[in-house]
Design a protein around this ligand. Structure first.
Ligand code: HEC
Length: 203
Protein backbone atom coordinates (compact mmCIF):
# COMPACT_ATOMS: atom_id res chain seq x y z
CA UNK A 1 0.00 0.00 0.00
CA UNK A 2 2.85 2.39 0.97
CA UNK A 3 4.49 1.77 -2.37
CA UNK A 4 1.24 2.41 -4.17
CA UNK A 5 0.69 5.63 -2.29
CA UNK A 6 4.17 6.98 -3.02
CA UNK A 7 3.83 6.17 -6.72
CA UNK A 8 0.44 7.64 -6.90
CA UNK A 9 1.24 10.87 -5.12
CA UNK A 10 2.20 12.36 -8.46
CA UNK A 11 -1.12 11.75 -10.14
CA UNK A 12 -4.87 11.89 -9.82
CA UNK A 13 -4.87 8.17 -9.13
CA UNK A 14 -2.92 8.98 -5.98
CA UNK A 15 -5.55 11.40 -4.82
CA UNK A 16 -8.11 8.65 -5.31
CA UNK A 17 -6.10 6.06 -3.37
CA UNK A 18 -5.28 8.57 -0.61
CA UNK A 19 -8.89 9.46 -0.17
CA UNK A 20 -9.82 5.78 -0.18
CA UNK A 21 -7.35 5.05 2.60
CA UNK A 22 -8.56 8.14 4.46
CA UNK A 23 -12.04 6.67 4.29
CA UNK A 24 -10.97 3.38 5.79
CA UNK A 25 -9.13 5.10 8.65
CA UNK A 26 -11.95 7.48 9.55
CA UNK A 27 -15.52 6.26 9.96
CA UNK A 28 -17.74 7.37 7.09
CA UNK A 29 -19.97 10.40 7.80
CA UNK A 30 -23.37 9.62 9.28
CA UNK A 31 -26.23 9.58 6.81
CA UNK A 32 -27.93 12.44 8.64
CA UNK A 33 -24.95 14.70 8.08
CA UNK A 34 -25.31 14.41 4.28
CA UNK A 35 -26.87 17.46 2.62
CA UNK A 36 -30.66 17.06 2.33
CA UNK A 37 -32.05 16.57 -1.19
CA UNK A 38 -33.61 19.87 -2.14
CA UNK A 39 -37.31 19.80 -3.07
CA UNK A 40 -38.08 21.11 -6.54
CA UNK A 41 -40.14 24.28 -6.57
CA UNK A 42 -43.19 24.60 -8.82
CA UNK A 43 -41.20 26.55 -11.41
CA UNK A 44 -38.35 23.98 -11.30
CA UNK A 45 -40.95 21.31 -12.07
CA UNK A 46 -42.41 23.31 -14.97
CA UNK A 47 -38.93 23.71 -16.47
CA UNK A 48 -38.01 20.05 -15.94
CA UNK A 49 -41.39 18.96 -17.36
CA UNK A 50 -40.94 21.16 -20.42
CA UNK A 51 -37.48 19.73 -21.00
CA UNK A 52 -38.83 16.18 -20.72
CA UNK A 53 -41.93 16.73 -22.87
CA UNK A 54 -39.82 18.34 -25.60
CA UNK A 55 -37.10 15.70 -25.53
CA UNK A 56 -39.48 12.72 -25.24
CA UNK A 57 -41.38 13.96 -28.28
CA UNK A 58 -44.93 14.11 -26.87
CA UNK A 59 -45.70 16.78 -29.48
CA UNK A 60 -44.85 14.42 -32.34
CA UNK A 61 -48.25 12.84 -31.78
CA UNK A 62 -50.09 15.30 -29.53
CA UNK A 63 -49.46 18.61 -31.34
CA UNK A 64 -51.33 19.35 -34.58
CA UNK A 65 -49.01 20.49 -37.35
CA UNK A 66 -49.10 22.44 -40.61
CA UNK A 67 -47.40 20.82 -43.55
CA UNK A 68 -44.94 23.11 -45.33
CA UNK A 69 -43.40 21.09 -48.15
CA UNK A 70 -41.53 18.28 -46.41
CA UNK A 71 -41.61 20.06 -43.04
CA UNK A 72 -44.15 19.60 -40.28
CA UNK A 73 -44.49 22.88 -38.41
CA UNK A 74 -46.18 22.62 -34.98
CA UNK A 75 -49.36 24.72 -34.77
CA UNK A 76 -48.23 27.19 -32.10
CA UNK A 77 -51.80 27.99 -31.06
CA UNK A 78 -52.61 24.34 -30.39
CA UNK A 79 -49.53 22.97 -28.64
CA UNK A 80 -50.24 19.47 -27.21
CA UNK A 81 -54.00 19.84 -27.73
CA UNK A 82 -54.45 16.55 -29.59
CA UNK A 83 -56.09 15.68 -32.87
CA UNK A 84 -58.17 18.64 -34.07
CA UNK A 85 -61.71 17.29 -33.90
CA UNK A 86 -63.00 19.57 -36.69
CA UNK A 87 -60.29 18.55 -39.15
CA UNK A 88 -61.69 16.30 -41.90
CA UNK A 89 -59.78 13.05 -42.41
CA UNK A 90 -59.18 11.39 -45.73
CA UNK A 91 -61.03 8.11 -46.25
CA UNK A 92 -59.08 5.07 -45.05
CA UNK A 93 -58.09 2.60 -47.74
CA UNK A 94 -58.95 -0.59 -45.87
CA UNK A 95 -57.01 -2.70 -48.38
CA UNK A 96 -53.81 -1.42 -46.78
CA UNK A 97 -54.87 -2.68 -43.37
CA UNK A 98 -55.57 -6.26 -44.44
CA UNK A 99 -53.56 -8.83 -42.46
CA UNK A 100 -51.80 -6.01 -40.65
CA UNK A 101 -49.95 -4.93 -43.79
CA UNK A 102 -49.61 -1.29 -42.87
CA UNK A 103 -50.21 1.12 -40.03
CA UNK A 104 -51.43 4.50 -41.24
CA UNK A 105 -50.89 7.98 -39.81
CA UNK A 106 -52.82 11.14 -40.59
CA UNK A 107 -50.55 13.73 -42.26
CA UNK A 108 -49.90 15.51 -38.93
CA UNK A 109 -49.42 12.23 -36.97
CA UNK A 110 -52.30 12.89 -34.55
CA UNK A 111 -54.43 9.97 -35.81
CA UNK A 112 -53.25 6.38 -36.26
CA UNK A 113 -54.98 3.41 -37.86
CA UNK A 114 -53.86 -0.15 -37.10
CA UNK A 115 -55.05 -3.54 -35.88
CA UNK A 116 -56.44 -1.79 -32.76
CA UNK A 117 -58.73 0.41 -34.89
CA UNK A 118 -58.35 4.20 -34.99
CA UNK A 119 -56.68 6.08 -32.13
CA UNK A 120 -56.69 9.85 -31.76
CA UNK A 121 -53.95 11.62 -29.78
CA UNK A 122 -55.39 13.08 -26.59
CA UNK A 123 -55.69 16.73 -25.60
CA UNK A 124 -53.01 17.22 -22.91
CA UNK A 125 -53.75 20.91 -22.21
CA UNK A 126 -55.51 21.92 -18.97
CA UNK A 127 -58.93 22.51 -20.56
CA UNK A 128 -61.35 21.33 -17.88
CA UNK A 129 -63.82 19.50 -20.13
CA UNK A 130 -61.75 18.29 -23.09
CA UNK A 131 -58.20 18.12 -21.67
CA UNK A 132 -56.44 17.26 -18.40
CA UNK A 133 -57.81 20.29 -16.49
CA UNK A 134 -59.64 18.16 -13.91
CA UNK A 135 -56.91 15.54 -13.57
CA UNK A 136 -54.77 15.23 -10.45
CA UNK A 137 -51.05 14.46 -10.57
CA UNK A 138 -51.83 11.08 -8.94
CA UNK A 139 -54.29 10.26 -11.70
CA UNK A 140 -51.69 11.13 -14.33
CA UNK A 141 -49.12 8.86 -12.62
CA UNK A 142 -51.71 6.11 -12.31
CA UNK A 143 -52.53 6.41 -16.04
CA UNK A 144 -48.91 6.04 -17.09
CA UNK A 145 -48.12 3.33 -14.52
CA UNK A 146 -51.16 1.14 -15.28
CA UNK A 147 -51.69 1.92 -18.98
CA UNK A 148 -55.41 2.31 -18.26
CA UNK A 149 -57.49 5.12 -19.77
CA UNK A 150 -57.69 8.02 -17.27
CA UNK A 151 -55.93 5.83 -14.71
CA UNK A 152 -59.21 4.05 -13.91
CA UNK A 153 -58.73 0.54 -12.49
CA UNK A 154 -60.58 -1.83 -14.82
CA UNK A 155 -60.73 0.86 -17.51
CA UNK A 156 -59.85 0.22 -21.14
CA UNK A 157 -56.22 -0.15 -22.17
CA UNK A 158 -54.55 2.91 -23.64
CA UNK A 159 -54.04 2.24 -27.34
CA UNK A 160 -50.96 2.41 -29.56
CA UNK A 161 -48.95 4.28 -30.57
CA UNK A 162 -49.01 6.00 -27.14
CA UNK A 163 -45.65 4.79 -25.70
CA UNK A 164 -47.10 4.18 -22.26
CA UNK A 165 -44.77 1.25 -21.37
CA UNK A 166 -41.75 3.46 -22.12
CA UNK A 167 -43.05 6.40 -20.12
CA UNK A 168 -43.77 4.05 -17.19
CA UNK A 169 -39.97 3.76 -16.77
CA UNK A 170 -39.81 7.38 -15.59
CA UNK A 171 -39.65 8.01 -11.85
CA UNK A 172 -42.49 9.71 -9.96
CA UNK A 173 -40.66 13.04 -9.77
CA UNK A 174 -40.19 13.18 -13.55
CA UNK A 175 -43.80 12.19 -14.21
CA UNK A 176 -45.01 14.83 -11.74
CA UNK A 177 -42.82 17.41 -13.51
CA UNK A 178 -44.32 16.44 -16.86
CA UNK A 179 -47.83 16.82 -15.43
CA UNK A 180 -46.95 20.18 -13.82
CA UNK A 181 -45.67 21.48 -17.16
CA UNK A 182 -48.76 20.22 -19.03
CA UNK A 183 -50.97 22.02 -16.49
CA UNK A 184 -49.06 25.27 -17.16
CA UNK A 185 -49.90 25.26 -20.89
CA UNK A 186 -52.61 27.48 -22.35
CA UNK A 187 -55.88 25.50 -22.22
CA UNK A 188 -57.21 24.59 -25.68
CA UNK A 189 -60.84 23.49 -25.96
CA UNK A 190 -60.76 20.50 -28.32
CA UNK A 191 -62.83 17.36 -27.83
CA UNK A 192 -60.77 14.54 -29.33
CA UNK A 193 -62.97 11.72 -30.70
CA UNK A 194 -63.16 8.39 -28.87
CA UNK A 195 -61.19 5.56 -30.49
CA UNK A 196 -62.89 3.48 -33.19
CA UNK A 197 -62.73 -0.31 -32.66
CA UNK A 198 -61.21 -2.55 -35.36
CA UNK A 199 -64.59 -4.16 -36.06
CA UNK A 200 -65.78 -0.81 -37.45
CA UNK A 201 -62.93 -1.00 -40.00
CA UNK A 202 -63.57 -4.57 -41.11
CA UNK A 203 -64.74 -4.91 -44.70
C1 HEC B 1 -46.21 7.99 -30.95
C2 HEC B 1 -47.31 8.84 -30.56
C3 HEC B 1 -47.41 9.34 -29.15
C4 HEC B 1 -46.41 9.88 -28.38
C5 HEC B 1 -44.95 10.11 -28.73
C6 HEC B 1 -47.03 10.25 -27.12
N1 HEC B 1 -48.36 9.94 -27.14
FE1 HEC B 1 -49.68 10.18 -25.60
N2 HEC B 1 -51.15 9.36 -26.73
C7 HEC B 1 -51.05 8.96 -28.04
C8 HEC B 1 -52.32 8.44 -28.50
C9 HEC B 1 -52.64 7.92 -29.90
C10 HEC B 1 -53.21 8.54 -27.41
C11 HEC B 1 -54.67 8.08 -27.36
C12 HEC B 1 -54.68 6.64 -26.94
C13 HEC B 1 -56.07 6.10 -26.62
O1 HEC B 1 -57.08 6.72 -26.98
O2 HEC B 1 -56.15 5.03 -26.01
C14 HEC B 1 -52.44 9.13 -26.31
C15 HEC B 1 -52.96 9.36 -25.06
C16 HEC B 1 -52.30 10.01 -24.04
C17 HEC B 1 -52.88 10.34 -22.75
C18 HEC B 1 -54.30 10.02 -22.32
C19 HEC B 1 -54.36 8.61 -21.80
C20 HEC B 1 -55.76 8.19 -21.45
O3 HEC B 1 -56.11 8.26 -20.27
O4 HEC B 1 -56.52 7.81 -22.36
C21 HEC B 1 -51.92 10.98 -22.04
C22 HEC B 1 -52.06 11.53 -20.62
C23 HEC B 1 -50.74 11.08 -22.86
N3 HEC B 1 -51.00 10.46 -24.08
C24 HEC B 1 -49.56 11.70 -22.50
C25 HEC B 1 -48.41 11.68 -23.28
C26 HEC B 1 -47.16 12.29 -22.88
C27 HEC B 1 -46.97 13.09 -21.59
C28 HEC B 1 -46.24 12.03 -23.86
C29 HEC B 1 -44.79 12.38 -23.89
C30 HEC B 1 -44.00 12.12 -22.71
C31 HEC B 1 -46.94 11.29 -24.89
N4 HEC B 1 -48.24 11.09 -24.51
C32 HEC B 1 -46.35 10.83 -26.06
C33 HEC B 1 -49.90 9.00 -28.81
C34 HEC B 1 -48.65 9.40 -28.37
Amino acid sequence: MKELISNAKQGLFGIFILSLSACTENPSPKADSLPAKTEMTHSDMVLRGKYMVNSLGCGDCHTPKHLKGMDMVPDSGRILSGHVSTEPLNPIDKKNLKSGNWILFSPDLTVTVGPWGISYSANLTPDSTTGLGNWTADQFLQTIRTGKHMGQPGGRDILPPMPVQDLAQLNDEDLKSIFTYLQSLPAVHNQVPAPVPPTALAN
